[in-house]
Ligand binder design. Sequence first.
Ligand code: UDP
Ligand code: MG
Length: 333
Amino acid sequence: MLNEDLSYEPDGATPKPPQLSIVLPIYNEAESLPHLLEELVPALEATGRTFEIICVDDGSRDNSFGELQKLRAQDARVRVVRFRRNFGQTAAFAAGFDRARGEVVITMDADLQNDPTDIPQLLAKIDEGYDVVSGWRVKRWQEGFSAFLTRKVPSATANWLISKGTGVRLHDYGCALKAYRSDVIKSINLYGDLHRFIPAIASYYGVSVVEVPVNYRSRQFGRSKYGISRITRVILDLLTVRFLLSYSTRPIQIFGLMGLGSLALGVLIGVYLTFVKLVYFENLVDRPLLLLAILLVMVGVQFITMGLLGEMISRTYHESQNKPIYTVREELG
Ligand code: UDP
Ligand code: MG
């Protein structure tokens, strides 16, 4: 048995949880891992805080797990979780967050693209009172034209879309180097590819989000796990997040509104057509307007029904999980 923790209470009895939890999602990063830990551990020690490094092996097919076993044997502050198969980066983050014991949770990529010496900057912001600190890779994109097309353009578009869609203004949603106060991260359930949207989801709960410029390095070993397909995933997730953020507790408000609008327009056109039929004896068979009226009425009814269904689902969601529809900052007495 290894010592789980190096930080014991002075009386030598109960082990104290570490102050920081670092969460690393890992998929085929065997070559990077030893270098990463070599940089990360001194950087964390320099902060003077106690820490744990939670490495989540997301079903790697190279020797990542072997490397992690070695690293764990050398340093008990390294904890390792191994997935049965590749579940994706979001799942890896979720596993890390579930296990994190520190008051502050820090995430970063395991491929050496984030610089561990940026961590103190993030911590300083947390100490200032912010709940979420997000890295902003200011000096990215020195990589040439193909990188410009396949990475810069999609990334800039995505950042712009997410900013507009969620109302949380960040320059760089894709940067994995982030720090969270642990109660914030533990109150969020992650699905799909939603890890990019954690600051946006968190802001819904009323937390304060801030950005700090961080270093960026290009990949030295292995290759990126994402291709151009990332774009569609981001767009679909953005839709989900946008919807959940604005209407999840009141779906009837959005669907009902659209439904009522459509229904009203349909009825109006219908009344007009009835009028021309009854007063002017016009034949309605060759009036496309009639089709439009019918369509609008049907769509209207559908939307209202959908809103009501949404209401039921959202109630089931909140009640089954005992999720309150509010978040409390503090309470006195
Ligand atoms: N990753 C993961 N599961 C996946 C894909 C990626 O855990 O299915 C990890 C990967 O090992 C890396 C981080 O997520 O530590 C970011 O991935 P990558 O560097 O490929 O993304 P990029 O830097 O190209 O955005
Ligand atoms: Mg990377």
